[in-house]
Design a binder for this molecule. Structure first.
Ligand SMILES: *[C@@H]1O[C@H](CO)[C@@H](O)[C@H](O)[C@H]1NC(C)=O
Length: 477
């Protein structure tokens, strides 16, 4: 409050200064070289001295739950799952959330998970332990605990606990693989499946995930609020970037601490048992749950290039009735930081590696294959990586230099720099999507996907001759 009052005072002083200095209708600046800039003065009176722009605490929604007091946008709703090609074309490639109504009401999980008794009959319910969060209003610093499923079932209705864990192996056959993912180019990208189980009343933090996600609800209700990632990625400021979340109070958003929250649009959607929701890669979201609640996330690696390729590939012959038990889901993101690069460095042996050879190898790395263009910025990031390993600064890497580095030290250097490349990928993909959206909005493109495909094939993020391309000036090396 004190801060708000100080701001108000400052605004008044500023206003006084402006009104004293400018008695003319126009302010004219002569730069002496014939360039004159003319600024028209505001003519409204009395001016709006204190606007919500000056004082965030006056904006509607301040200290209210996320997205309150501003009109929320809807999320698209479909009956059931569309086939994989439609899902890719209309949702995954353009990064659009969508609710699949009653998509899993035929499943064993939907039919049997409505009672705790069903879970108690499995002997594994006594044997395996699971990660249990110990506060329903999520606090990321809170330490989780471990319980067996039976112990959890005995306590979850009385205590402030919920379960977040890879779907237990004995329950995977109950959970259908979302039909929109039943295509091998997509199932090859699967990363993880996570089960959320609570008695309701959970409130998550505002966060995002670095994977694509279909969340299916098998019991209870959920309310979600979304913020569009491609559109607001430079605006939303998560104060815990290491965990991709914000520590803001989601029930009372303080606009003086999080001013970006009054400048973004919110999409809101409700889920009932049997519904699934596509949560696009990195879209910010906050989730509240109501009543006995069981949900399963299916997470897969986001890759625009592979999605576009998948459209022209064969889906294989996956069964329509496939469940999570039919897939061997490994998390490639846990190969830290990048197997290819580590392998390459292991193979250095007696050779000496110049920067050019090193750069060529990084370009083949799994991370870099997602890049649309290898830019000077990428080269700079890789040069920094190279220089950190090249201890004697003779511009070649040798086995001796690699031996000088501790394993963890090497992983840290590689990890940090590959994260730099990931940021470039995110920017390039967002820029490409923006260019394509603008072109489609102007009615100059027949199909969103065809245009994305064309740009990817040409290794560009913007259209030649389009307004944006001149200022962006990406260059290929
Ligand atoms: C979600 O459900 C709540 C509670 O029933 C309701 O107030 C709200 O309008 C619903 N929102 C949407 C987007 O349907």
């Amino acid at each position: 409050m004190a801060r708000a009052r100080r701001l108000l005072f400052l605004v008044e002083i500023l206003f006084l200064a402006v009104s004293l200095s400018s008695s003319d209708q126009e302010t004219v600046n002569d730069f002496g070289d014939g360039i004159r800039s003319v600024e028209a003065e505001a003519t409204t009176w009395p001016p709006n001295v204190v606007s919500s722009e000056d004082d965030p605490s006056l904006a509607p929604g301040h200290l209210k739950p996320i997205g309150a007091n501003v009109p929320n946008k809807a999320v698209k709703v479909l009956q059931g799952f569309p086939p994989p090609d439609v899902f890719l074309r209309d949702y995954a490639i353009p990064s659009v959330p969508v609710l699949f109504r009653a998509a899993v009401t035929d499943s064993v999980a939907f039919k049997n998970w409505n009672t705790d008794e069903y879970f108690r009959q499995f002997s594994e319910a006594d044997r395996q332990t699971h990660t249990i969060e110990t506060r329903k209003k999520e606090v990321r610093t809170q330490r989780p605990t471990a319980l067996t499923l039976r112990q959890f079932l005995d306590r979850y209705n009385q205590e402030d606990i919920y379960m977040v864990e890879a779907v237990p192996s004995f329950l995977r056959k109950d959970v259908p693989m979302p039909k929109s993912l039943l295509c091998e180019p997509l199932t090859n990208l699967l990363v993880d499946t996570v089960m959320w189980f609570s008695s309701g009343g959970t409130k998550s933090v505002l966060h995002n995930d670095d994977v694509d996600n279909i969340n299916c609800l098998y019991a209870g209700k959920k309310e979600l609020v979304f913020i569009n990632f491609p559109r607001y990625r430079n605006k939303v400021d998560l104060d815990h970037p290491e965990g991709s979340y914000s520590s803001m109070d989601v029930e009372a958003v303080d606009f003086t601490k999080y001013p970006f929250m009054r400048d973004v649009e919110y999409h809101r959607v409700n889920m009932s048992a049997g519904d699934c929701l596509y949560i696009p890669y990195r879209w910010y979201h906050q989730v509240n749950s109501y009543g006995r609640n069981i949900a399963v996330n299916v997470w897969w690696e986001h890759n625009l290039k592979k999605y576009v390729e998948a459209l022209s590939q064969d889906c294989g012959d996956l069964s329509e009735d496939a469940t999570l038990a039919d897939f061997n889901i490994e998390n490639p993101q846990e190969e830290q930081p990048s197997d290819h690069l580590k392998e390459f460095l292991d193979s250095v042996k007696d050779e000496t590696v110049t920067f050019e050879v090193f750069e060529a190898s990084v370009k083949k790395d799994r991370v870099a294959t997602e890049l649309i263009i290898w830019t000077p910025e990428c080269r700079q990031i890789i040069k920094e990586m190279f220089d950190e390993i090249d201890r004697n600064e003779d511009s070649v890497l040798t086995q001796d230099e690699l031996d000088l580095m501790q394993e963890e030290e090497l992983e840290e250097v590689l990890g940090e720099k590959l994260d730099g490349i990931r940021t470039v990928i995110i920017d390039q993909v967002a820029q490409l999507r923006q260019s394509v959206e603008a072109e489609v909005a102007r009615g100059r493109a027949e199909s969103y996907v065809e245009l994305v495909k064309k740009l990817l094939d040409e290794g560009r993020t913007t259209l030649a001759g389009a307004d944006e391309s001149a200022e962006q000036g990406h260059q290929e090396l």
